[in-house]
Design a protein around this ligand. Structure first.
Ligand SMILES: Cc1cc2nc3c(=O)[nH]c(=O)nc-3n(C[C@H](O)[C@H](O)[C@H](O)COP(=O)(O)OP(=O)(O)OC[C@H]3O[C@@H](n4cnc5c(N)ncnc54)[C@H](O)[C@@H]3O)c2cc1C
Length: 392
């Protein structure tokens, strides 16, 4: 591995081997760039900080028959504090619960197959542009190396620090980072082994709790924005909550996971000369669901493709790399900003209002039409108009 880091010059260096970084490196290599993927963990995919649900992956040519798929998902139940269940099926709710330890490794290995070199247990600790190339400082097993790169793609996740080293503001407002805690449990009685369960209310203020089927196990967790208690305390209360009707009585954890989800919307600037930021580091994550795997993969793919092409042209200036920002924004910016607006509204609801909202919804939906739901909710409970006046 030293050989990968010692006095090396790469076309593209990607920081972080999560879904965003692996997809970025895959497309950079596919487009002919000499690419190095750098991961600080000793094992790609570890530690897992995720409930592991992904929508269908057809657009990335990834077959669902792979060994990382643990459950096939048809949809989910949205469950109000009063227990009313709304079934949402089809469309984007269809997908899989995966084993991320295998999934993330699979994505990195797919990238290696098209030429990407990978350095694990290698942490990027410095980034400096010398006017021509980036000097990427890497700490590996107690030694420091400097790798040179024409283009750097930063995909270092929610706690991103590397983009900041190059002057791009990727620090997240802590008030808009969801604290998540999760047990992977066995002996869980599910409502349905192909449906995800989402619980709202005081169980989990300004967030939601979930139970996702995962083959022989289930991911039972929650994400909160709260100063009152720690996420783990909410989780321990959730698993004994009467709304679960004792379904977790015989369940026991086989793994504990925790982490943050940056649900405050995308960062302002994701591109500069020779550098792009993708995935959680760029705030490319759903402000409502906290789902970011698909977005990191999609935006990472665009960044990798643009990087590869910029190397071919011999121009990796901000102007050329802006194609990345323009393309991801065209696809996702409005969606993310609308979701942010809706999440901020939903956070204000008390349990009574959440129940009124649920009562205004059909028991079965094949898509969530926010305007229609808001209109019906206000008709039934006019007091909700104060929240929805900008939507209807
Ligand atoms: C509890 C929880 C549950 C979640 N559940 C879901 C879910 O069910 N579905 C979903 O879609 N999303 C979920 N998410 C969000 C999802 O995990 C992320 O959006 C997704 O992993 C983002 O991918 P990424 O590649 O941007 O970053 P990450 O997957 O975080 O990868 C970043 C990588 O960079 C590495 N790294 C960081 N700093 C450095 C450095 N200095 N040098 C080298 N390497 C570095 C890290 O080790 C890591 O491997 C959840 C998040 C949490 C916290």
């Amino acid at each position: 591995m030293k050989m990968l880091l010692k006095d090396s010059v790469y076309d593209v260096v990607v920081v972080g081997a999560g879904p965003g970084g692996s997809m970025a490196s895959y497309y950079a290599s596919k487009n002919g760039a000499k690419t190095l993927l750098i991961e600080k963990s000793q094992e790609i995919g570890e530690p897992v900080r995720c409930a592991e649900a992904v929508p269908k992956l057809d657009e990335f040519n990834i077959s669902p028959s792979k060994e990382f798929v643990k459950s096939y998902i048809k949809g989910g139940y949205l469950i109000a504090p009063n227990g009313k269940r709304i079934e949402v099926k089809g469309g984007k709710t269809e997908g899989y619960v995966v084993e991320r330890k295998i999934f993330d490794k699979y994505l990195a290995m797919r990238s290696a197959k098209v030429g990407t070199k990978i350095a694990v247990k290698s942490r990027v600790v410095g980034l400096h542009h010398d006017g021509n190339l980036f000097n990427v400082k890497v700490s590996h097993l107690g030694e420091e190396y400097t790798v040179k790169a024409k283009v750097v793609i930063v995909a270092d996740g929610v706690e991103s620090s590397v983009a900041e080293m190059a002057g791009l503001k990727s620090k997240k407002n802590p008030k808009e980072v969801c604290s998540c805690a999760e047990y992977e449990m066995t002996n869980v009685k599910l409502l349905d082994n192909s449906m995800m369960e989402f619980y709202f209310g005081d169980i989990c203020p300004k967030g939601y709790a979930w139970i996702f089927p995962k083959g022989d196990t289930a991911n039972v967790g929650l994400g909160v924005i709260s100063n009152n208690k720690k996420a783990i305390d909410y989780l321990n209360e959730f698993i004994e909550h009467p709304i679960l009707e004792g379904r977790l009585k015989n369940a026991t954890p086989v793994e504990f996971k925790c982490g943050g989800a940056p649900v405050g919307g995308p960062i302002k600037k994701t591109v500069d000369d020779g550098i792009m930021v993708v995935g959680d580091a760029a705030g490319q994550i759903s402000p409502i669901s906290g789902g970011g795997i698909y977005l990191a993969m999609s935006c990472g793919s665009i960044a990798g493709e643009v990087a590869g092409r910029s190397i071919k042209y011999g121009d990796y200036s901000k102007e050329v790399l802006m194609e990345y920002e323009n393309r991801w924004k065209e696809k996702y910016y409005n969606i993310l900003m609308n979701e942010l607006k809706y999440r901020r509204i939903l956070q204000k609801f008390n349990e009574k209002e959440l129940n009124a909202l649920a009562d205004a919804m059909d028991n079965m939906l094949d898509e969530i039409d926010v305007k229609k739901i808001a209109y019906r909710a206000v008709k039934r409970a006019p007091s909700l108009l104060k929240y929805f006046k900008d939507i209807i």
